[in-house]
Design a protein around this ligand. Structure first.
Ligand SMILES: [Zn+2]
Length: 358
């Protein structure tokens, strides 16, 4: 059987020997073409300088990894004007000049990385008989060429942090296809304008308030319409409202004081009729029962598993209230939580929302 039926990329090679080891199949091949092209001047070279062994890992056969031991030659370049005197012949169908994986293996591992990621891709490769580490798969995946960009018509241009607080670039999003299509190294007018000039099909640009971006769009796409994006519209509105409220703060507080409802209207934080008894109410009934039995507050709090002291009432009056409690941890950090308290200020619920305050 010819070598090229299973290994079409080895056309131009002759199989010298094969060896089946435990987990791999080793093929020793030599080049049979008599000449090679100089990679610098492109002239055909005939004189062989030496033969050097080279190893490349190939796709598996029957889940057995294939390893190629290739006898690669070095040639003299006889072109007088060429600066390269000796060169190693290239293997454009097999692998790159310094590659350890064949092109087929590189593509297969990169696809595994795209489908499964680094760690899972490495496990899948092992099941197929391919020996590759997680880092190798990620490196091959990142080396894949990006898909071509369809001509965008409506784009969004916004800030992008290469490293938060230190280095910022720009991200370009195709808003019709809802896909990011470019990451620019910085937000300078020159960089943004250079990218925009490559896409004259753009008609609308949603952007932030950067003056450099506005100038770049005007320079590269004078016909395009500028649109403020949704986040910056909300930001603009917030800032204007803040100015209006700040300027009329006295009048607003005075009007709010006149319109304040009587205290009894807001006192009831618990509805009069509830179809079921809540867990907090059950705990409160336990608390009342323990108090009637004459237990001190510390014992009651310990039995119910709640904090003993409350600090600050937050909302609610009468039989129930929402309070802020604080306690100090063993590391000396002060933490707090919101709890539901009874009329005497003792928490009856440890299940309210909690948060930390340092
Ligand atoms: Zn040459």
């Amino acid at each position: 059987m010819s070598l090229h039926i299973l290994f079409p990329h080895l056309r131009g090679f002759r199989l010298l020997s094969s060896d089946r080891e435990a987990k791999r199949l080793v093929l020793i091949c030599e080049r049979v073409t008599p000449t090679a092209l100089c990679p610098v001047c492109g002239v055909i070279a005939h004189r062989i300088y030496s033969r050097d062994p080279r190893t490349a890992w190939d796709l598996s056969v029957q889940n057995v990894q294939v390893v190629l031991h290739l006898h690669v030659r070095k040639f003299y370049c006889d072109q007088p004007s060429c600066p390269r005197r000796i060169f190693a012949e290239r293997l454009p169908q097999v692998t790159s000049p310094h590659g350890r994986f064949t092109f087929g293996l590189r593509e297969s591992l990169a696809q595994l990385g795209r489908e499964h990621g680094g760690a899972a891709g490495a496990r899948s490769a092992q099941l197929q008989g391919l020996q590759a580490t997680e880092r190798s798969i990620l490196r091959l995946m990142h080396a894949l060429p990006l898909p071509p960009i369809a001509a965008p018509r409506i784009i969004g241009l916004d800030e992008w942090a290469w490293k938060r607080g230190q280095r910022y670039g720009a991200v370009v999003v195709d808003l019709e296809r809802k896909k990011p299509i470019a990451l620019l190294v910085d937000r300078s007018q020159q960089t943004v304008a250079h990218w925009l000039k490559g896409y004259p099909t753009i008609e609308y640009v949603a952007r932030d308030r950067s003056k450099e971006c506005a100038a770049a769009i005007t320079e590269a796409l004078p016909h395009a319409t500028h649109v403020a994006d949704r986040w910056h519209l909300a930001k603009n509105l917030t800032e204007h409202l803040d100015k209006v409220v700040s300027a009329r703060w006295k009048q607003l507080t005075k009007a709010a004081g006149e319109a304040e409802l009587p205290p009894e209207a807001v006192a009831a934080s618990v509805p009069a009729h509830r179809p079921r008894q809540s867990p907090g109410e059950a705990r409160y009934q336990q608390l009342l029962a323990l108090r009637e039995e004459g237990h001190p507050t510390r014992t009651i709090a310990k039995r119910l598993g709640v904090e003993q002291r409350t600090r600050k009432p937050l909302a609610g009056r009468g039989a129930w209230s929402l309070c802020w409690t604080t306690q100090t941890t063993t590391r000396g950090r002060s933490t707090g939580r919101r709890v539901i308290c009874g009329s005497d200020g003792i928490p009856v619920s440890a299940t309210a929302h909690s948060s930390g305050r340092s």
